[in-house]
Ligand binder design. Sequence first.
Ligand code: NAD
Length: 370
Amino acid sequence: MDIQESWQPILILGGEGGSVTILGKNIGNTEWVFKKRTNEVFSFKEMDNDQNIEDRGTRQIKKVIKVKPSIKQTMEGTNWEDAITMIEEFPLEQLSPKNVHPFFNKRIWDIVSKRSLSKYKLKRWAKACFPTITDEIFELYEALYASIHTVVLTGAGMSVESGIPDFRSKSGWWKNIDPLTVATVEALEENYDLFHEFYTVRLKTLGGCKPHEGHHILGKWEKKGLVHEIATQNVDGFHTMASSSQVDQLHGSIRTFRCHQCGSEASLDQFINKESCSLCNGKLRPNVVLFGEMLPEQAWNNALNHMQRANLVIVIGTSLKVYPVSQLPQMTNGKTIYINKEVNDLHSFFDLTIEGSAKETLSSVDQLIR
Ligand code: NAD
């Protein structure tokens, strides 16, 4: 086999007067060798020569370096640093990316995104490294890094990709009953059988579901200092399960229970078995906020406080039809971004709207996060 055939372009850069390519070849398992090829006339610093030079030929193997195949793996113990040096020697401000090998895209983006490139140049790099990145996704990425205090507000749409249906996308809802008429104080007090059945079905659904990648990404962004607070209308507890620690559950939790009458704690089993309160014989219920009830004061005040401090508010998967949470995005002077599977004119008061699912949108932005 002609050995040259297996060289693949890892990075092709173009500029006035020519192009420069880093080629790589997998020589087995996790080992790659690299070489650099410059075409046409270039007048920038070459890695082995501090002089400005003209090079019309092909530069051959400079380094033999090893990298591990998964971009998630650390570079420790490899010589990827040598390849980084090779790339960093290029005047990236003057050159445009023509092609980035998908196996090396994250590593190359990590190098490039640390350089102080113009927004225009950086966006070109983002799109070269990750061809599915849209202008909106790039704008969200930039807003995240520009913000000092970022709040995420989530609704039922955040958990739909975990398998938990929301309330307003009506397709296939349980017994064709509008959940908004069952999750009420009236239903609890006057139609307990229906109320109990509704929450039993919801608890069973919850049992088979877990947080998805989008929840985990928000947890990771908190650790990176990119997200400072999650205010959620969801009662499923998925943000906390996905390692977010600054979470205010504005509509309570479906995972704990109490007596509706005297407030004493109850267990899941007591609720599922439809027992009455052992102290006062009252009806047992989950610790969710029902339509017609006040929000937990501390959670609300905390969320409001964060909103007022926020430079950036990202609203994900909520119809913003439930008061008073619907008012929260208007309490900030910061930039507002709305992510939803369905976006319409009503959302035009947001600075940016992104039509897409929660998981896909967050995963798309996360590709760019260093
Ligand atoms: P909603 O049902 O009124 O609206 C859901 C929104 O999410 C809609 O705008 C829909 O277009 C959008 N959506 C659906 N799938 C999506 C996806 N994959 N990605 C992005 N967006 C998506 O929900 P709400 O605004 O949160 O208000 C309803 C109430 O329902 C809240 O009080 C909440 O407590 C409760 N609820 C909670 C859960 C949960 O805890 N997971 C589930 C259902 C309802």
